[in-house]
Design a protein around this ligand. Structure first.
Ligand code: OAK
Length: 820
């Protein structure tokens, strides 16, 4: 399928074909006859980069020479997805590409498929970072994304014959990466370990070992903005032996070990989502990229000046801390200013506090990073001193502001006692200019609960910026059919830059002809996904059934268990004849999820889902009525196929646990209806699309809190709802484990005795809403009308709007001036 693109590059398809031929010859060293699709992919990517080069250089020049403050987005994760089609779109070369590869005798899809998706993130936080740098470039705001170029991204997920998750290494760099440019000349030295000594009345850090940080630059082209920003991902390399020889011989062995291990620092992305593992390597990673990025920004804006005036640093760039992972950058900037540039403490503090802002992405206490002071002292002794001093200063400041000693004690950045630790969220909340949550409810809960003491003392720091998603990737690229229909309906494609224009689709929801066209697009997307699922996974999907999807990391709070228990109960209803054949709405339930490798119950839930899928599939009684599939290794590519094909989106987390969610936005924008709780951004989606166009169920945050207070007993809910009881009994009695009662015993026991996220308490409400869903689904015209209303009213959830909010509320900057 070709796509209409704007802006059109003036390059013709024939010229572009020549450029590709040229790259095949001079980059790949092959003739078009010898070339494989992978060669054509690399050649095309190389040609596209050249098209972007002038804008990239100009953007950097304008950023350095002008007066527009830049944004530095510091993030341990950037989950970018494939680059080729996005780069073609934003350079106006899509049509030329399709024509050129055809002329060269290749299948465009095979060329696109040759790109290996980099998985440099775990989930929502990493994908949000990718959407944000897309929007920054599209709005023409000068920006850097700063992170780590992990050699191994998120693990590749497979399932074994028992349905268990198996993690395989994702060696994405075993494939050519034509987008990344390694810039050896702009490396940075990052030091670790050693001790701090007193020299001439100054504290001097004598590190024990160092790592070379080498930037790999990725162009981030804006859509229709003519601007190209930079994503700079750091690679860790060892220095050569010369450095080691400077160490005292007797320490040689100790010294050589970290040297050899230097490259481990950028070797692997931690496959954790929300729960932290206290690993030394993780702190090394965090310091590695924070330190290299701060030094890099100083180099970018002040060149090699020996005595730059760094009091202007916060006017040059503002740094956003994407959760706590880069928060070690705060003491690092203090250290750079004091130790490397000779500023006094107060001046350094003034610069530092003006430079950083902090976004929190969680409500789970265990996801707020806390580092043992001993570990920081071992790896970064000078930073520990600085953190101690920040904490002292903070305690004094608090004593001036409140008499509440218990509160002061609660707020310590460095905890007291025998094994003190450093609370990174508190450090960020004290030192950052602004602190924000990622949806209204989340920001409110941060203020009321998680960071309450901080918001009491510093209310002006706290703000909300509701997340968003880029319509370029998640509508235009993922859903060409719907995009074309929207452009037809609106008479313009400007909605891709101003997503609120979707509002003008609202009247078309009353136009039966338009609704039918919309329904046809959805059906075609279902067929497309079914074809993909057949080719990729061997699944047989029936596109006439309802596509009901739950995609997100596997976590108890997200409650995949609620969904699978409802599926099991429905299966039992059909088997027992309780539900008549004619009353059944045939459904295909689609799951996509990775579980952290060490997360026992999450992995067991995956195994259960796979085995439920298997049992249902082998049962002729439910054929054509119910099907469950679990495409393994869910990633951005699968998301781009599956979201446009989905009719019902599951956002069923326990209220008060999901910070925002962003797939909920992607689904609404692609015309799915949501069944969801009042959690995260669901609340705002429902407000905008209208309560009639959203299937709400379940307890509210207040009800959840009350239930916790009342000593929640899940067994009562098990006893009270016969469907729930049957479903859990089936899991327990071996129905989904070849008769083995032990397989899921830990899961069953957790449900019946603990059930921290109250899956059982919400089960009945979740079932009750299903009949509303099915009644509406039976009236396809009405269903699709509501789906259109979801699209029309979700323009607010563009990441362009999120970035505009950050510009106004947090960063106080804007786009580079455009030339007349
Ligand atoms: C990851 C590690 C530590 C803390 C939070 C996360 C994370 O991925 N959080 C997710 O961030 C998304 C983007 O803001 C939100 O939409 C999700 O609700 C949140 O779980």
């Amino acid at each position: 399928m070709t796509e209409l693109t704007a802006p059109k590059s003036s390059v013709t398809a024939a010229q572009f074909a020549d450029e590709i031929r040229n790259e095949l010859k001079y980059t790949q060293g092959v003739t078009p006859e010898q070339a494989k699709p992978a060669d054509v992919y690399v050649a095309t990517a190389t040609a596209v980069r050249k098209h972007l080069m002038d804008s990239w250089m100009k953007t950097q020049q304008d950023m350095v020479n002008g007066n527009t403050k830049a944004v530095g987005y510091l993030s341990a994760e950037f989950l970018m997805g494939k680059q080729l089609r996005n780069a073609l779109l934003n350079s106006g070369l899509t049509d030329q590409f399709y024509a050129a590869v055809k002329e060269l005798g290749f299948d465009a899809q095979e060329v696109i498929d040759a790109e290996y998706e980099p998985g440099l993130g775990n989930g929502g936080l990493g994908r949000l970072a990718a959407c944000f740098i897309d929007s920054l470039a599209s709005l023409g705001v000068p920006a850097f994304g700063y992170g780590i170029q992990y050699r191994y991204g998120i693990f590749r997920q497979e399932f074994d014959e028992d349905g268990r998750q198996v993690e395989r290494p994702d060696y994405w760099l075993a494939n050519e990466d034509p987008w990344g440019h390694i810039d050896y000349a702009r490396d940075q030295r990052v030091n670790f370990g050693g001790e701090v000594v007193e020299e001439d009345g100054k504290r001097v850090w004598k590190p024990a070992w160092a790592v070379r940080a080498i930037p790999v630059d990725y162009m981030v082209p804006g859509y229709e903005s003519g601007r190209v920003n930079t994503l700079r991902l750091w690679q860790a390399r060892a220095y050569d032996e010369f450095d080691l020889l400077t160490f005292n011989k007797s320490e040689y062995l100790d010294a050589v070990k970290p040297q050899v291990e230097a490259e481990n620092i950028s070797k692997i992305l931690y496959p954790e989502d929300s729960t932290e593992v206290g690993k030394e390597l993780r702190l090394e990673q965090q310091y590695f990229f924070a330190s290299a990025s701060l030094h890099d920004a100083i180099r970018v804006f002040y060149g090699d000046a020996e005595k730059p005036d760094l009091t202007t640093f916060p006017d040059k760039i503002t740094f956003q801390l994407n959760d706590t992972h880069p928060v070690i950058g705060i003491p690092e900037l203090m250290r750079i200013l004091i130790d490397e540039y000779g500023y006094d403490w107060d001046t350094a503090w003034d610069i530092t506090t003006k430079t950083f802002n902090y976004t929190c992405h969680t409500l789970l206490p265990e996801a707020l990073e806390v580092w043992p002071a001993s570990l920081i002292g071992k790896l970064l002794p000078r930073h520990l001193e600085i953190i101690e001093k920040i904490n002292d200063q903070f305690m004094h400041e608090l004593a001036d502001r409140t008499d509440d000693e218990a509160k002061i004690e609660r707020m310590r950045i460095l905890t007291a006692g025998e094994n003190p630790s450093v609370r990174m969220a508190y450090l960020a909340s004290y030192a950052g200019s602004h602190v924000n949550g990622v949806a209204e409810l989340h920001s409110q809960l941060l203020k009321d609960v998680t960071l309450r003491d901080f918001s009491d003392i510093y209310p002006a720091k706290f703000t909300n910026v509701t997340n968003g998603v880029t319509p370029r990737r998640f509508m235009k690229l993922a859903n060409p059919g719907l995009s074309a229909l929207i452009t037809e309906g609106l008479g313009t494609d400007k909605w891709l830059e101003d997503l609120e224009l979707l509002k003008n689709l609202e009247p078309l929801a009353a136009d039966d002809e338009f609704v039918k066209k919309f329904a046809k697009v959805k059906y075609d997307n279902k067929v497309r996904f079914a074809d993909f699922a057949k080719a990729e996974y061997g699944f047989e999907l029936d596109p006439t059934t309802m596509f009901d999807t739950m995609i997100k990391r596997l976590h108890e709070y997200k409650r995949q268990a609620l969904k699978i228990l409802e599926v099991i109960a429905t299966y039992a209803d059909i088997k027992s004849g309780k539900v008549k054949a004619e009353d059944i709405t045939p459904r295909t339930v689609i799951f996509g999820a990775k579980a952290a490798p060490g997360y026992y119950l999450a992995k067991m839930t995956i195994q259960l889902i796979n085995n439920v899928a298997k049992v249902i599939d082998n049962d002729p009684d439910v054929k054509g009525k119910l099907k469950v599939v679990f495409p393994w290794n869910y990633n951005i590519r699968v998301a781009q196929m599956l979201i446009p094909a989905t009719e019902l989106d599951e956002q069923i987390s326990q209220a008060g646990k999901e910070a925002s969610g962003t797939s909920n936005m992607k689904f609404a924008l692609n015309g799915a209806l949501t069944v969801g709780t009042l959690d995260g951004a669901n609340v705002e989606i429902r407000e905008r699309v209208g309560a009639d166009n959203f299937f709400l169920f379940g307890m509210t945050v207040d009800e959840v809190d009350k239930m916790y207070e009342g000593n929640y007993d899940p067994a009562k809910f098990y006893e009270a709802d016969p469907r729930l009881k049957t479903a859990i009994d089936m899991v327990a009695d071996g129905t989904f484990s070849n008769g083995d009662k032990e397989t899921y015993a830990p899961l069953v026991s957790d449900w019946l005795t603990k059930d921290w996220f109250m899956t059982l308490a919400d089960f009945t409400a979740y079932h009750d809403i299903q009949s509303q869903i099915e009644t509406l689904y039976a009236d396809q015209l009405e269903w699709n009308r509501k789906a259109i209303l979801n699209v029309a009213n979700s323009g607010y959830f563009s990441s362009d709007r999120s970035i505009e909010d950050y510009l106004e509320r947090v960063w106080m900057t804007g786009p580079l001036p455009t030339e007349k």
